[in-house]
Design a protein around this ligand. Structure first.
Ligand code: LMR
Length: 330
């Protein structure tokens, strides 16, 4: 197998060998670092990332090797996209809500209540519009390899949230998404954008009163321990762009690229098939660990949906009415 390409600089290699994962990769292989921010063993992104690494490292042994860096140990939210462009990391899976500086179109995934459930979101990503969005940032040098679903999101706070009016005056941590900020404002709350790794501490110390996330993040990062309860709003999707850079992908030998892309597709499909079960298991884990979950009546749910309607109008021209229609129809 060809020696490491120039895209993987000597500096990158030097850094790789100093990490705990380095022993798994042979210096003669193309080494790809996969960095992400989630943790635990049951989280859908952890499972997908590890399964990708396991398959590549076994089936492409001698040609390509992936080292996984979870829990923001290599790069956190604010630096990872820049690091990908600089060639300091080769594979990422950031939340679709974190691309606002590169494309407005991804805002469609954040519109509250646009997807009834994850199946609707998967249907949308399989439409032509959904597939085209994978290429929305090719001009920047980002290549979307697929969507990794994570789950629907739920609000938690230091008091029980039954109606959107219960959120009035509370501070909520949000991802760096303008749609998420507008959504919190529509509830009468105050949005506080913050990196994922800071959320637990911010909830614990009262820097923020609440947050919104999936069962898997709420369980694996123990947010439920420092919140009164979680409300089953299912108001938004959390999904990831499994991605690389065109510099990395174009630098691979054609046969290596083809095999990597084939494994990537298969891992993506398998991950999305199993994600609902993982989310439900982590919901049960929260209850088992003493966390409290508030279920909503249909009247209460209708009040949440109503309160967020103005958000759609606000972003229609940025995102594109056709794209919103296509997602809503899914
Ligand atoms: C968050 O910042 O809340 C999530 O995007 C973290 C993640 O990657 O699941």
């Amino acid at each position: 197998m060809k020696k490491i390409t120039t895209a993987l600089s000597a500096l990158t290699l030097a850094f790789s060998v100093s990490t705990a994962f380095a022993s798994e990769c042979d210096p003669g292989e193309v080494v790809a670092k996969l960095s992400h921010v989630t943790g635990g063993t049951t989280h859908p992104k952890v499972v997908a990332a590890n399964s990708l690494a396991e398959r590549v490292n076994k089936e492409m042994n001698g040609k390509m090797c992936i080292e996984v860096f979870p829990s923001s140990t290599l790069f956190g939210d604010s630096k990872e996209l820049e690091a990908l462009l600089l060639g300091d990391v080769q594979i990422l899976a950031p939340s679709l809500s974190k691309f606002g500086s590169y494309t407005r179109q991804f805002g469609v995934f954040d519109l509250p209540f646009i997807f009834k459930d994850m199946d609707a979101a998967i249907r949308f990503t399989n439409t032509d519009s959904g597939k085209e969005l994978l290429n929305a940032m090719n001009n920047v040098g980002f290549v979307g390899l697929g969507y990794w679903m994570s789950g629907m999101k739920y609000f938690s706070a230091n008091k029980a949230l039954k109606l959107p009016t219960d959120a009035e005056g509370l501070k909520f941590r949000v991802q760096s998404s303008d749609v998420a900020k507008a959504m919190i404002a529509a509830m009468g709350g105050s949005p506080q954008p913050m990196a994922f790794k800071e959320v637990y501490g911010a909830l614990q110390t009262g820097v923020v009163d609440g947050q919104e996330n999936t069962w898997s993040n709420i369980y694996t990062k123990k947010f439920f321990e420092v919140q009164d309860s979680v409300t089953e709003t299912s108001h938004q999707l959390l999904a990831y762009l499994f991605m690389t850079s065109s510099e990395f992908l174009d630098g691979l030998e054609p046969d290596v690229r083809e095999q990597f892309l084939k494994i990537s597709n298969e891992v993506t499909q398998a991950a999305n098939e199993n994600v609902k079960a993982k989310e439900q298991a982590n919901r049960a884990n929260i209850l088992k660990a003493g966390g409290k979950i508030n279920e909503l009546t249909s009247e209460q749910r209708a009040a949440w949906v109503e309160s967020m309607k103005p958000v759609w109008k606000k972003f229609e021209s940025d995102i594109g009415a056709d794209l919103i229609k296509s997602a809503a129809e899914a």
